[in-house]
Design a protein around this ligand. Structure first.
Ligand SMILES: C[S@@+](CC[C@H](N)C(=O)[O-])C[C@H]1O[C@@H](n2cnc3c(N)ncnc32)[C@H](O)[C@@H]1O
Length: 277
């Protein structure tokens, strides 16, 4: 299955701008479906309001944006980190004001969107960035905003792409989003048949999601102790630390002051924590 072996390196290489740019320069883009993916097309087809603001992160050749344009949507933003690709997209969409093409890092975006379309962007990120992804998606959405798209429901021997499963996605997203749909996709593009989950996640507007970076934490036993302490803070709904012990996201009903967490970690002088905005 050509599509599923889309990338040839393991994750020892940093998956940065130069890695992705090289994929486009060498035309090693096995993930590219060459057309709007059927599940996303079907979702777009039932949208009523063509003026909603839509973001497509890690957009690649973005057949989805092209389709949205065809359907009369007027406020589409696409962003990708690979300059070679983005130059091509800027040329392609130069005659329309409906599509804004951005070169840059999704994690540095600061706007707000009603709808974010996800397709093989999440799986392109190293798994230690998943908590950061949840936080950023929550931050970028308007009050009733949604992320809609596809996640792989399988693992891979060579990554990227990085796989996952339903349970994992539920644990990751449920504190900050209402999981309206998360089920086996029945109309995937044929190379991905029976390997994807289609999802619709609506932002929980009443919760606050905060992202902190940690230093000095070195083991999963330590993270368990830290998480138990954070869960005991009034208002905290959920807290998760990533696989590299470097990122913490806290979902709560009220803002948790950095000082509260600094004090909570003071029992171990090696630990330090910073709030990311
Ligand atoms: C596997 S490709 C998927 C492309 C497209 N979504 C598709 O389905 O064809 C992942 C894309 O994410 C982009 N990317 C990776 N990290 C990024 C980041 N931090 N910010 C923006 N784009 C990023 C890559 O350049 C690449 O185009």
């Amino acid at each position: 299955m050509k599509d599923l072996n889309c990338c040839v390196t393991s994750c020892e290489k940093p998956l940065d701008e130069s890695y992705w740019n090289m994929q486009y320069q060498s035309q090693t883009t096995g993930w590219d479906l060459g057309a709007v993916s059927p599940p996303i097309k079907e979702y777009i087809d039932q949208l009523k309001d063509p003026s909603i603001s839509i973001l497509i992160p890690g957009c690649g050749n973005t057949y989805e944006a092209e389709y949205l344009l065809e359907k009369g949507f007027t406020n589409i933003t696409v962003i990708d980190i690979a300059p070679t690709l983005v130059e091509k997209l800027k040329r392609k969409f130069k005659n329309t004001t409906a599509i804004r093409v951005l070169l840059g890092d999704f994690f540095e975006l600061q706007d707000r969107y009603d709808l974010i379309l996800e397709q093989t962007f999440f799986c392109a990120l190293p798994p230690h960035m998943r908590q950061q992804y949840v936080w950023k998606m929550h931050q970028l959405l308007t009050e009733n905003g949604k992320i809609v798209g596809l996640f792989f429901n399988r693992d891979f021997e060579i990554s990227p792409p990085f796989g996952g499963n339903q349970k994992e996605y539920e644990k990751l997203f449920a504190p900050a989003f209402d999981l309206k749909t998360l089920s086996v996709c029945v109309n995937s593009a044929s190379p991905r048949a029976a390997t994807e989950l289609f999802f619709i996640f609506q932002k929980k507007a009443k919760v606050i999601v905060q992202y902190f970076t940690l230093q000095g934490v070195t083991c999963s036993n330590c993270t368990k102790t830290i998480l138990d302490k954070i869960h005991a803070i009034p208002g905290v709904i959920d807290a998760q630390i990533n696989a590299s012990f470097s990122d913490l996201i806290v979902t709560s009903t009220n803002e948790i002051a950095l000082k509260t967490l600094v004090d909570l970690l003071a029992y171990e002088p090696e630990y330090s924590i910073a709030l990311q905005l």
